[in-house]
Write a protein that binds this ligand. Sequence first.
Ligand code: FES
Length: 131
Amino acid sequence: MSDMVDTIMDSTSAELPEVIDKKWFRAGSLKEIPEDEGLRLTTVPPVSVFAADGEFFCVDDTCTHETYSLAEGWVENCVVECSLHLAKFSLRTGEVLSAPASAPVAVHPVSVIGDDIFVALPNSYLVKENE
Ligand code: FES
């Protein structure tokens, strides 16, 4: 598990798109997420940011089959494969592409400004913000 919770910041940057019932947080910097890797953030529920095909994606981290971190999985062609029982999820839509999972994972908006990656999470998600 990452200690990223200490670096997640509320962002009020005017450069970020407007979101409804969500709030932007800085998730990390570009260099923290190599291509085809995921970075788990210790929000509640946890989410992960993935780098794939030159883009960044944010999805709920917990596999919907059982409670296992998708950030531990394998990424290829914008798909993450859970490393526990090999269910596959689209990083673009969250849909299940391969059993044994049957329910999708939630996807969240991502925006990159300079070297920083921001994610927009629902207001119901708990995020420890820097003081
Ligand atoms: S926990 Fe992910 S496929 Fe079973």
